[in-house]
Every structure is written in C-alpha cells, then in structure tokens.
Write a protein of this length. Structure first.
Length: 550
C-alpha cells in the first residue's frame, strides 16, 4: 500500500495566485504570503506549475531554461525561501517538469537551428521538402504537428505549439540532461515532481501517417516509455519522491505499470477519461450533456482496476487545463454550494491521492467571458478561429469557449471582494471571472462553518484521521440510477458508504446493508438523518458519508 495515501496535493498556478509587486502577474513571494492559509487548509504538497524562463506562448509550458526562475515570478532566492518556509510548515514543493518538449527559444534548439548536429539530435528533425510533411499527424493545438526550417531543409516535430519542439528521448544524451535537471532541483530541496504529458515522450522509430486519427495512437504510451521512466527515476535518485505523471490518452493497463510500486516508475498517474464524458464523439470542442452512465463506468473501471493491479490514482476534477468542475458538472445557481461540496466529496473518499486546484476549495466558477478579446490561451484563440472557419457564428464559438477554454481555470484567485479579488492591486494579466462575487472568496468563507472551504478542510482532516480512506479497499454499490454514485470503503472492521446525487433533482436510491451503530460522518445538507431503510430520497446534489468508524 502506498505510504502517501493520506496525503493531499494543492496545485498552484503562480501566474494567477497572488501578485505582490503590482505588475498584474502572480509571483513566488505571493505563494509565500499565503503559506499560512495553505497550512491551515491541511495540504501536504504544493504543486507549482512552471515558473521557468519562457516566452509564455503556452503559459510557461514552453520552457527556455530548466534551471532558472523567470524574473516575472521572482528570484532563485525567493524559491529557496519558499522551499524552506513550506518545509517549516510541514509542506513540500512539487515542481512541474515539462520534458516532452522545450521552447524553441531554449539554448539546445537555438544551437540546433544554427546547424549543430549534436543538438539537432536532441530533437526530432526529419529531412524533407517544404511541400510534404513527414507524417499527417496533427498538433494538439490545431494544424500540423510539423514545422519546416528552410535553412536546414528539415522538419521538426511539435505535438503542441509550433514553438514547443519535441525532445528526442531515444538520444541517451537527452535523457542524461533531464536527469541532471532533476538532480539540480533535488539539491535545492525539492521532494516531489509532476511530469507533464510524460507518456508521450517515446516516439516510434519509424513514423507513418495516421489515417484513423491524429497520430496519437503511435506515440501515446510509446515503445520505450516504461524503460525510460525507470531509468530516469533510478538514475536521478528520486525513487523515494512523490511523483505523478500526466498521462494523455492512456490506458488502465499502462497506468497500473506506471504506478505499481514494484515497477519503480512513478507514484501515481493522472488520467483524463472521466473529463471527456461531455465531449461529443470524443471532440473537446463539440458540446454534449454529461454522460453520467459513462462517468460512473469510468470511475468503477479505474478505481477497481488500479486496486486489483496495485496501481495508484491521482484524484482530481480541476487543473490549469480544465474548466471549473462546479460549472461543468455542478450548479452555478441555487445549488452552487451543495454541488461544489458533493463533487469534492465524491472523489476525496476514493482510493488515491486527491489534488485540489487553487480556487476549487471555495467553489470558483468558469470565466464566462463575453468576448474573444478577454481570452489569453493559445489553444482557445486557435480554436476560436478554427470554429469560425468551420461555419460557427461568433456567438456559437464563444459559447463553446465558455465551456471548454483552459482560461476557465486560469482566472485570478479570489481572496476577497475587492475589484481584483485581492489577487492584485492592479489590472491582472487575465480578466477576473465574469462570475466573480464576494461569497466566492476566501475572506467570505474563512469563518463560515457551512462554507465550501470549511468542507474541504473536513475532507482533508478526515483522510488523515481515518485509515480506511487512505488505505481501504473500494467497491461500488448498485443504485438503480445513473444519477447516483455510491461506493463502500473497507479496512478490517472499519466501513464507510459514500452516496452522491449527481443531479439537480431528487433521486430515490437503494442503500443496502445493516447500519445499526453507524453515524453520518459528513454531509452537505444540515440535519440529515441516517437512512436506516433501504430506500432513501436524496435531495438535489446531496452528498452523505455513513460509517462505523470512531
């Protein structure tokens, strides 16, 4: 059993967390300023998205130097101070390592462009003519995944933005460079790493056209990925660190291998299948109602499958690339508070390590921007044009962006009810959410025992208090409706049952089993009585945890 089962990770997008110098951009001193808040919340690790020097074409995921701090975020001294002060409060720092690609501004790529063959081999260059790309693969940001360099008469691969050139992991020199980067940060006191789209780094030796998709079936969970991860973790000396891999279009079987302790690869995996249940025919940019039947099936498949295979899940709804979950699967109106709590409790009692994305703990909502001018994300701006070219009206395209844009998770953290939410005294780099209101702030919820924030504190405290949550087995219960999810956690004699109404209407649900001597451990409607009868009527978005634990 993983010894980090009782740990909780809090994700910080520094650019939008707290601005201390009035330039409209969040910074590392802003994270330091909020450490007491994070300690009070009860989290164990602070995952910071990249703050390295970067042209910011992809908000820092286009890294130009892995060993430095962008002046926009502060100094190395600031980071060392953050590491030290976090440790004093019992929290560790998790760095976000983008090892699938670098910025084209990186020194390695610049040397490659200058004709240095050694550094050209750091990337995936292919000979060719300007009228014929090596394959028909598509970039995940739209358009071709290849860019032609006339001076070299070669194409380079970029699975993401044209300024994000894919690294050649088949080159041992590249793998050694990446190990050295990890050793550098280990010396600084970092004790956890998150690896960005790490399952895409092993590309096939022979690249071919994909006439069934966009090319991902050839490079997702690629041919040498497990060997390369084992080598990276062992040689960099991070086998005892908490490590999490972001896995794009992955499979359960691979994630068991990535995270099973005996494989000595990673501690846990992010997978995104449960966040595609409102896609139409797998298309992120085609809106569809949430398929709750599919959502339940995916949780059953991944929770029980990882348990049986000895793997470990990273549990999450939100991050810097995802819309706000209360806007997506909850309710922004009368049941905002209840649905925010239900969605949180639903995954926090599952088997795995929970991740909280900044603002999720106060129920922050989507951006709801009324015009394209307010958007900043390169993917959103690209797809706005693509949607228009496909025949969508501006209103239709904006409706799609309002539901799908990555900027939904990047609006400034809402600390108080001031004009810019206490994020900054000056206009932020990205506009505040149009749904910003004073009750969805830390200040408004800090001393409210019925708040979303108070509920998150209880979730974190319960995971540390009750071993059945951190270490217990999970099994799912039949509820006779796709709109109610229920599961049982067991560890020896300890038992819990978690029941979630996913819908905004009342639901009748069968709750089997003898419950004499049980009690309600947590709920999101005050004053509920424990359902001793099998048939129980749940209120809209009701959440309840029953158990016999003391």
């Amino acid at each position: 059993m993983a010894d980090f089962g009782d740990k909780v990770v809090y994700q910080i997008y520094p650019k939008s967390f707290r601005d201390t110098n009035g330039d409209g951009f969040g910074d590392i001193p802003g994270v330091i300023e909020k450490l007491d808040y994070l300690q009070e919340l009860g989290v164990d690790y602070l995952w910071l998205t990249p703050f390295f020097p970067s042209p910011q074409r992809d908000n820092g995921y286009d890294v130009a130097d892995y060993r430095s701090i962008s002046p926009q975020f502060g100094t190395m001294e600031d980071l060392e101070n953050l590491i030290r002060q976090s440790r004093e409060r019992g929290m560790g720092i998790m760095l976000d390592m983008v090892f699938n690609h670098t910025s084209t501004r990186h020194e390695w790529f610049q040397k490659a462009l200058a004709g240095d063959e050694e550094y050209q081999n750091y990337y995936i260059f292919k000979e060719g003519t300007p009228d014929h790309a090596p394959t028909n693969w598509k970039s995940k940001f739209g358009g071709t995944a290849w860019e032609y360099v006339p001076e070299l008469k070669k194409w380079y691969l970029h699975l993401y933005d044209v300024t994000q050139a894919d690294l050649n992991w088949d080159n041992p020199g590249v793998r050694e460079e990446l190990k050295e980067i990890l050793r550098f940060w280990k010396e600084k006191g970092i004790r956890a790493f998150r690896f960005d789209v790490i399952n895409l780094v092993s590309k096939p030796g022979q690249m071919e056209d994909d006439f069934e998709g966009d090319g991902r079936r050839f490079y997702s969970d690629g041919p040498h990925i497990h060997a390369y991860l084992k080598e990276l973790v062992k040689d960099a000396g991070i086998a005892d660190f908490v490590t999490v891999g972001e896995m794009s279009s992955t499979s359960l079987e691979h994630c068991i291998r990535y995270s099973a302790p005996e494989e000595k690869e990673l501690s846990m995996c992010f997978n995104f299948h449960h966040l595609k249940v409102d896609y139409k025919d797998g298309d992120k940019w085609a809106l569809n109602p949430v398929d709750y039947k599919k959502l339940k099936e995916l949780f059953v498949e991944w929770q029980t499958g990882m348990q049986e295979g000895g793997g470990w899940n990273a549990l999450f709804w939100c991050n810097h690339d995802q819309p706000r979950i209360v806007s997506r699967m909850g309710n922004e109106g009368i049941y905002w508070k209840e649905s925010a709590k239900m969605l949180a409790g639903m995954i926090h009692f599952m088997r795995g390590t929970p991740y909280i994305y900044q603002g999720e703990e106060i129920g922050m909502q989507n951006a709801h921007y009324p015009s394209i001018e307010r958007y900043r994300d390169v993917e959103s701006l690209n797809y706005y044009q693509i949607l228009l070219e496909e025949g969508k009206t501006k209103e239709e395209a904006l409706e799609i962006l309002a539901a799908r844009s990555r900027d939904n998770g990047r609006t400034p953290m809402q600390w108080n009810g001031e004009r810019y939410g206490g994020f900054s005294g000056e206009e932020p780099w990205i506009p505040m959410s149009a749904a910003f209101r004073k009750e969805i702030t830390v200040e408004a919820q800090q001393n409210d025992e019925d708040s979303v924030l108070a509920f998150y504190k209880k979730l974190i405290a319960m995971r540390k208090k009750y071993p059945v949550i951190a270490k217990g087995e999970i099994s799912f219960l039949e509820t006779e409706t796709d709109l109610v999810l229920a599961y049982r956690r067991e560890l020896g004699e300890q038992q819990m049952i978690v029941i979630c109404n996913l819908d905004g209407r009342k639901q009748r649900v069968i709750v089997p089993g003898e419950r004499s001597g049980w009690r309600i451990l947590l709920e999101n409607y005050k004053g509920r009585e424990i359902p001793l009868e099998e048939m129980y009527t749940m209120e809209p978005y009701e959440f309840m945890v029953l158990g016999n634990v003391k």
